[in-house]
Design a binder for this molecule. Structure first.
Ligand code: ZN
Length: 314
């Protein structure tokens, strides 16, 4: 029997507001872009390695964070095989009699999600978890269960030849840790079950903020009216066109570079001390396609113009 230590790299949606993400939702939250693996024989001697980039078919644009972490570029992926082709190669390379080993349950979960999403019919060897075995072996310091901590624990020093966050190199280091375990077969006590993946936290789509103002007119010429925080991240977006009444409330548009178009509406209210309060309410738009956003802004500029003309003639 062979042991195959596997490590994967994956891409993620550019934003949870992107149409690519919204089309599939949590059915594909991470898309594989690299399969890396090393093979060990029964005596845990390294006997081979496998590395294959995978061209993304759903999240076509590489997330900047992923590019930074992995060093993989959009160009690298352009000529790579698709997932099902890469999988063919990988399964063939694994051979008949082997088990797959990963560090923790992330890889197996992402792998399973990709298998399901792309309707793979390949029969894969069973997965086992080296991390759980490692934690079981640790007598104290059980919180230090990362791969880096395990390397340090065994005195394994990473070299420039094998940079981290390259799938095959991460698999290589994981294999070095595996070689130090007292009993190889013990890992078979830790079968893997993929967990369901989803967005970590649902992001709030609406926010409200109150500011004290002298008068309604003073509010609209203040910074509080002209730059308003994004409901998701709080970064300030400019109100370029201005406010027009919509469903009885002055409403404007703003944009966040990360989260896209949001609506800003204002409700005025007097508090107990008779101070005037402007409640700024922001809500992310459901529609974020560039064509829609552009049209919306043009439309808004026209509405503001019409509204001002009406005010002037009144
Ligand atoms: Zn934002």
């Amino acid at each position: 029997m062979h042991y195959v230590v596997i490590d994967l790299e994956w891409n993620q949606p550019l934003s949870y507001m992107s149409s690519a993400y919204r089309k599939v939702g949590d059915r594909l939250i991470f898309e594989l872009i690299q399969i890396g693996a090393v093979k060990l024989d029964e005596k845990r001697r390294l006997v081979g390695s496998f590395s294959c980039l995978v061209t993304p078919e759903h999240y076509l644009k590489l997330h900047p964070r992923i590019r930074r972490i992995t060093g993989i570029t959009q160009e690298d992926l352009a000529d790579a095989p698709r997932f099902l082709e890469a999988l063919d190669e990988f399964v063939r390379w694994c051979g008949e009699d082997c088990v797959l080993l990963t560090w923790g349950s992330d890889d197996v979960s992402v792998f399973q999600q990709n298998l399901d999403f792309f309707k793979a019919e390949h029969k894969l060897p069973p997965f086992y978890d080296l991390q759980r075995l490692y934690v079981a072996l640790l007598e104290d310091n059980k919180e230090k269960k990362g791969l880096q901590a395990a390397l340090a624990h065994f005195g394994i020093v990473p070299t420039d030849e094998h940079p981290f966050h390259n799938a095959v190199d991460d698999a290589y280091y994981t294999a070095l840790v595996f070689q130090r375990f007292p009993d190889a077969q013990a890992v078979l006590q830790y079968p893997q079950t993929p967990r369901a993946l989803g967005r970590a936290k649902p992001t709030p789509r609406e926010q409200a903020q109150a500011v004290t103002v002298r008068s309604e007119r003073a509010f609209f010429s203040s910074a509080a009216a002209k730059s308003v925080p994004c409901p998701i991240c709080g970064r300030k977006g400019e109100v370029n066109e201005g406010y027009v009444p919509q469903r009885g409330l002055p409403t404007a548009l703003a944009d966040c570079p990360d989260h896209g178009l949001y609506f800003v509406s204002v409700r005025f209210e007097r508090d107990q001390d008779n101070k005037l309060i402007a409640h700024r309410m922001t809500a992310l738009s459901d529609e974020q396609s560039p064509a829609y956003v552009k049209t919306k802004h043009l439309q808004w500029a026209q509405k503001v113009k019409n509204h001002q003309a009406q005010e002037d003639s009144a």
